[in-house]
Ligand binder design. Structure first.
Ligand code: LER
Ligand code: MN
Length: 270
């Protein structure tokens, strides 16, 4: 397994679960200095920075890009793939596809988290799922064209009512033939939603394609009370070789959170 740390450049996500908010060049330096394998990027959009500039920073620091988030589509532009307004849905999908293309140039998959939206009010669950499915099919195809996967993230009940657990999402991806789409196991969301995190990982098996490495309180692993060794054991059992990426609050400060993360990563995987 490989380590990653989040770098965010979205002012609207200043209080979100991201470790480094300083300019990207500093974030890359810190990540490299602390010994991470990769960074996960949370950017305002695909035009925020030239992809070659990102490539240059990654190669100067010998870091990979673990993934790119699409959440700015929601937090910055208020876009959701299941918005009742067809023009807003179209804009949301265009944003997600543009982030898949951006990530593709960095060999990095894009993540669908908050932009999946939720159903309710004038939108039925069935209608919402049907819009989500259409969008996921387009994203799956675009990821394949870019030679990467697409990452779908079940979120806890306070953030979405689409999929809150891994197993139903895995079955759904299978049923819909979304062969280039994998699941994000965010240990913070799973701590809220799964009766047994290890079992949920075993059940989702090869569909697990990315992990957000967070403790029960969404702080660095070791700063909360999630029992991690059985989770790591389950990831080992399913042959998971991807990233453990710290999408966590920068508490008590970014550097301490990052140091704690890499120490916990080494202890648990070493
Ligand atoms: C995104 O990865 C995520 O986990 C969401 O909770 C962000 O709000
Ligand atoms: Mn997450």
């Amino acid at each position: 397994m490989k380590s990653a740390i989040t770098l965010a450049q979205v002012p609207e996500a200043k209080t979100g679960p991201f470790v480094f908010h300083q300019p990207l060049s500093e974030g890359f330096s810190m990540a490299a200095e602390l010994g991470f394998d990769a960074v996960e990027l949370f950017l305002p959009g695909p035009d925020f920075i030239d992809v070659d500039e990102v490539k240059a920073m990654a190669s100067a620091h010998d870091l990979s890009i673990a993934a790119v988030g699409t959440g700015a589509g929601m937090v910055k532009h208020g876009l959701s793939l299941t918005d009742p307004d067809p023009d807003r849905r179209k804009a949301a999908l265009a944003f997600v596809l543009s982030m898949i293309d951006f990530g593709g140039q960095l060999d990095a998959p894009a993540i669908l988290g908050s932009m999946q939206g939720k159903w309710g009010g004038e939108v039925s669950q069935e209608q919402s799922l049907s819009w989500l499915t259409d969008a996921l099919k387009a994203a799956d195809e675009r990821a394949a064209e870019n030679g990467v996967v697409f990452i779908y993230e079940p979120l806890n009940r306070y953030e979405t009512n689409q999929f809150n657990q891994l197993a139903p999402a895995a079955t759904y991806l299978e049923d819909q033939g979304l062969e280039h789409t994998v699941l994000l196991a965010d240990l913070f969301h799973m701590n809220i939603e799964e009766p047994d995190i290890g079992q949920a990982l075993r059940d989702a098996g090869s569909k697990v394609g990315h992990v957000h490495f967070a403790d029960s309180n969404r702080q660095a692993v070791g700063f909360g009370h999630t029992e991690m060794s059985s989770i790591l054991e389950a990831l080992g059992e399913i042959g998971y070789e991807g990233y453990l990426s710290a999408e966590i609050f920068p508490l008590p400060d970014p550097e301490t959170a990052a140091r704690q993360t890499i120490e916990a990563f080494r202890q648990l995987t070493g």
